[in-house]
Write a protein that binds this ligand. Sequence first.
Ligand code: 5GP
Ligand code: MG
Length: 178
Amino acid sequence: MNNDIERVLYSQEEINHRADELAAAITEEYHDQNPLVISVLTGAMIFTSDMLKRLNFKLNVDLVDVSSYDGTDSTGQVKLDFDLKSDVKGRSVIIMEDIIDTGRTLKYLVQLLKDRGAKSVAVCALLDKPGRREVSIEGDYVGFTTPNEFLVGYGLDYNNLYRNLPYVGVLKRSVYAN
Ligand code: 5GP
Ligand code: MG
């Protein structure tokens, strides 16, 4: 599995350190708000777990799954595959995501939660690829700003593989050129 990686971009140590910083900033803002933390399946699972262990105050956790697909035109649509169990009305919500790419997934989710009456919606993402953005959305808490390369590990997959790598790396082109 490790042989399929071109190079490591962010090691476990670097991610741990950055997670400490992000958690400190989130704690300062949310420690007395009993926020609802929503993890976007499946990619954000590992990052969410790291963050939750660092958020030492009352909060609730929920899960959502969304997928995007490109239709015949280039407007890429997003659909809800697995809904929340929680009522978000009046809640301070923090979305945990693996990566912000075109921004479509998060734009859709943020809008959905606002439509359902969330008091506030913040986005916390491990990675951000601003060079690929197609709709306007920004992360409120971002781990690392990355180059436009296909990344795997730490929850991010290729064909549902590599999620369990304990670092974020660039996948060798030969793996997906086959
Ligand atoms: P967006 O809606 O922002 O274009 O898409 C975000 C989703 O696309 C992420 O949650 C992730 O699942 C996937 N994605 C975007 N860039 C990458 C990448 O470099 N590697 C992997 N494995 N998935 C990515
Ligand atoms: Mg995703």
